[in-house]
Design a protein around this ligand. Sequence first.
Ligand SMILES: *[C@@H]1O[C@H](CO)[C@@H](O)[C@H](O)[C@H]1NC(C)=O
Ligand SMILES: *[C@@H]1O[C@H](CO)[C@@H](O)[C@H](O)[C@H]1NC(C)=O
Ligand SMILES: *[C@@H]1O[C@H](CO)[C@@H](O)[C@H](O)[C@H]1NC(C)=O
Ligand SMILES: *[C@@H]1O[C@H](CO)[C@@H](O)[C@H](O)[C@H]1NC(C)=O
Ligand SMILES: *[C@@H]1O[C@H](CO)[C@@H](O)[C@H](O)[C@H]1NC(C)=O
Ligand SMILES: *[C@@H]1O[C@H](CO)[C@@H](O)[C@H](O)[C@H]1NC(C)=O
Ligand SMILES: *[C@@H]1O[C@H](CO)[C@@H](O)[C@H](O)[C@H]1NC(C)=O
Ligand SMILES: *[C@@H]1O[C@H](CO)[C@@H](O)[C@H](O)[C@H]1NC(C)=O
Ligand SMILES: *[C@@H]1O[C@H](CO)[C@@H](O)[C@H](O)[C@H]1NC(C)=O
Ligand SMILES: *[C@@H]1O[C@H](CO)[C@@H](O)[C@H](O)[C@H]1NC(C)=O
Ligand SMILES: *[C@@H]1O[C@H](CO)[C@@H](O)[C@H](O)[C@H]1NC(C)=O
Length: 867
Amino acid sequence: MRSAFGVTTLLGAGMALASTPISSLIAQAGNNLLTVPNRFIVEFQSPADLPQTRRSTGTANLYASLRQREISFDIHHEYNSPGLFVGVSLTLNDVASLRSTAGVVAIRPVKLFDRPAPFDFKNVSEGDSGLPDSEGVHIITGVDRLHAQGITGHGVKIGMQVYLGAGFGPGFKVAGGYDLVGDAYTGPNTTPVPDADPLDQYTGIIGCNPNNPFNVSGVAYDAEIYAFRIFGCLGGSAEDVIVAGMLKAADADMDILTLSLGGLGGWTEGTAAVVASRIAASGKIVTIAAGNAGDSGAWYSSNPGNAINAISVASSDSPIIPLQSLTLQGPTHAPIVYFSSVPLPVNGSLPLYATSKNTTVTDDACSPLPASTPNLSTFVVLVRRATCAVTVQLKHLAAFNASPCRNGTGFTAAISVGNFTAALIQASDGVFLAQQLAAGTAVNVTFPQEGALVQFPDPKGGLVSAFTSYGPTDDLFFKPAITAPGGHILSTWPVPLGGWALLSGTSMATPFMAGSAALLLSVKGKSAEVAATARSVFQSTAKPLASDHTDGALVQTTIQQGAGLVQVYDVLFATTIISPAELLLNDTAHFVGTQKFAVTNTGKSPKTYVLKHSPVGTAVTGSILPASGPVPRSADYASVSFDEETFTLNPGQTHEVVATFTPPKVDATTFPVYSGFIHVVSDGEDVHTSYMGLAASIRDKAVLDTSTEALGVQLPVLEDPSGATEAANYTFVNGDEPFLLWRLAFGTAVFRADLVTADTTVPGTVSGRGVVPSFTFPKGQNGGAFSAVDVLGPIFEHDYTPRNDGTNSDDLNFASGLNMTNTFANGTVIPNGSYKVFIRALRVTGDPDNEADYDTWLSPTMGVFAT
Ligand SMILES: *[C@@H]1O[C@H](CO)[C@@H](O)[C@H](O)[C@H]1NC(C)=O
Ligand SMILES: *[C@@H]1O[C@H](CO)[C@@H](O)[C@H](O)[C@H]1NC(C)=O
Ligand SMILES: *[C@@H]1O[C@H](CO)[C@@H](O)[C@H](O)[C@H]1NC(C)=O
Ligand SMILES: *[C@@H]1O[C@H](CO)[C@@H](O)[C@H](O)[C@H]1NC(C)=O
Ligand SMILES: *[C@@H]1O[C@H](CO)[C@@H](O)[C@H](O)[C@H]1NC(C)=O
Ligand SMILES: *[C@@H]1O[C@H](CO)[C@@H](O)[C@H](O)[C@H]1NC(C)=O
Ligand SMILES: *[C@@H]1O[C@H](CO)[C@@H](O)[C@H](O)[C@H]1NC(C)=O
Ligand SMILES: *[C@@H]1O[C@H](CO)[C@@H](O)[C@H](O)[C@H]1NC(C)=O
Ligand SMILES: *[C@@H]1O[C@H](CO)[C@@H](O)[C@H](O)[C@H]1NC(C)=O
Ligand SMILES: *[C@@H]1O[C@H](CO)[C@@H](O)[C@H](O)[C@H]1NC(C)=O
Ligand SMILES: *[C@@H]1O[C@H](CO)[C@@H](O)[C@H](O)[C@H]1NC(C)=O
């Protein structure tokens, strides 16, 4: 299971609760909330927005106020980009103390960012023939026709946010930039050491010069690339550094910002997303990866990709996968393709051995191999894919010193083989080999180290890459915006890591979009107006993709493909403009069923237009935790009517279309997201606007998971070190402390865990005590009414929290947990006594002041007996 961009294993599989405390399953949990503990980004009003007399408010005022109150704090970054972001990132225990400071407009937690790992990565070298050049993806997007006209991005400045520093290599053409962190930076526990020498990794997709050994050219190879480095050589980064990098790039007058990174989001409210959106609104084009968490299902948009005004980029798979082939000695047979982009490192011709010659056996090598098995180190071993895990089979082979080769179905993805040298072959080839051995034919196998690469047609080529994260955002914005090629892309890679590589991920699709944007600006001019309309033009001309290649397959949901695959040629030569290109229908409770969009004929002759509704598969997103990807689809569609279905426009004329939508009648408890396209078709031209809505009220979506589905025990839990979840007393020494575990089935704008008196029973039934004493972020959220609940103080509070991931207990984001201490959130010691923990999570679109809009949970009694 993937968090947005990396793979982290936290929970073990197989949860036997009776014997194993949940806290030990959530190894090292403590705070796995994917934020930097006690670090916040505080935003101030821009000085320009303040009256002259109050210009002194801001950082100086905040620091003075904290010092005066003897509150200690550490400053990490100061931001001073009036109009975009003015603020500071700091660490302090008592975040509540910031609230009362004049001029503070927002306090947001600092999210952690995994190092952006490509979804798939292969080194390649000059000896590899048959690699896909860039022509394939340039042809399907129209870039080839622009290059042929000499349109190559000249004069446009692209700022990339990057992380790897390794040297300037072939195809690298970084004109400048800034290193915000230094090589040794590994995340928030290290100190960034900024310098002026940034280096980059994905520049080849935009900037690679033609005429190199791989025949690869960048999308906009004449654009100037500036690198803004925000990751060190190892480890992750934190949101405060990413924000600093974005502001630096904006201040350096980049025309385009591109970010191949992301972290857990869901909301459009993370600081990085807020800043990215403002930079876009200020007249720059901002392209950001949608994320590689497709298997986590819907409502999993990543931060900052979900920035309202940015272009969030999904990935499409290339039509071909470059794979290696092996040759046989003995039987006459064509080379056999195996699933690896690099040759298996095996020299010479080796005899083939099969652990079973039975072509229907289902448990091949699932048990230790018989003692009669020869030393396998001099063989290539053929194993049938079985019911047990691949790694189990490989371990049994390794016991006899085996090396490579495996048989199996599902020949569309590499298998994870750990340290073993192994690869999949196709089932029919496996059968052939087994039959040869069964017939007594001696078979030898050779893995040519050069010249054996074949262009294997990808059965999913041209579709949206399954790994692309799904939107929409929790507040129902249309994410991702658009798709660009991102699967099996050949590009430059830092020289010490090989120089060239085949990469897959939305991190590759994103610079492709940035390059496409550079082509747009180089032709239409680098004006704020062109930038402001760029996303609409890209979306309206994009090509909708199917969900699969079979006849009659539903069109892929917009919550994974956005408006479709980018068509850069059409962007530059379209003579019909649609605005807006996203129609946001919201949920049933906030339904905006009547939508207007303008159609303008920018061509030289009159055009007659016909409107055509093209619905796409409705995404059945799931009842408790959202369904894992690929998200199930249904053919229940919205209907739409137009005030006029056809109209004629003279050159320069604009017509406003009024479209009236009716959501599909579907089971609202599955939270179906319906969407589609309104095509505006004229002679030789077909542009579209996209729509998206939820056929349910989002307020009905439970936020707090109170099911037993995940761990076999009803959540949340407050658990003692032995794993018991009843009332207990704690000393808070030597690990004698409770562990609080919860899962969010959906994102929430307000999450809080408070300490309440032990006599609290069902929330809301205790007699009134007036105002709840609690700290809140200064946004007017007072944590709801609950005036009857005797709240003693907050233990934990988070705004705009993303949901947990329901699919797999290996994911770091599978659940959220907290080792409790005997202190409140502000560090003040809780007096000894008996208490309960009261959790509330606000449902999406709920009223923070309405008790009924919260999901709540009350813990068993927790005795605090600290010594
Ligand atoms: C939380 O508690 C568990 C169980 O005692 C422990 O293994 C883990 O290290 C703790 N985590 C932190 C961050 O203290
Ligand atoms: C490079 O690609 C172009 C366009 O596809 C092709 O005409 C040319 O032969 C290729 N050159 C090499 C060296 O492969
Ligand atoms: C294959 O042979 C080459 C050249 O003799 C040698 O350098 C390399 O280590 C060998 N590789 C393996 C996996 O044996
Ligand atoms: C098969 O491999 C063995 C061991 O490398 C070698 O001795 C033998 O000549 C090979 N046979 C063929 C037909 O290549
Ligand atoms: C290879 O796998 C396929 C699909 O599981 C199976 O039909 C075939 O019999 C296997 N071949 C061998 C030799 O195990
Ligand atoms: C092959 O394996 C299958 C499944 O285990 C079994 O039913 C069948 O009898 C085996 N065939 C032979 C010839 O052993
Ligand atoms: C791979 O090998 C390295 C070095 O021997 C070892 O540290 C690592 O745990 C191994 N990984 C797996 C998945 O076996
Ligand atoms: C949908 O409606 C909710 C509630 O009014 C609002 O908070 C949210 O921003 C809306 N979303 C969009 C995309 O307009
Ligand atoms: C890529 O190749 C280079 C040089 O051959 C090697 O040093 C590096 O470890 C490889 N990287 C990966 C991730 O395999
Ligand atoms: C906790 O300690 C109090 C005071 O000694 C006692 O009354 C209570 O029964 C204890 N609770 C549990 C669950 O042991
Ligand atoms: C910390 O929070 C608790 C509970 O809300 C409160 O009683 C206490 O006064 C706070 N301490 C400080 C120093 O503000």
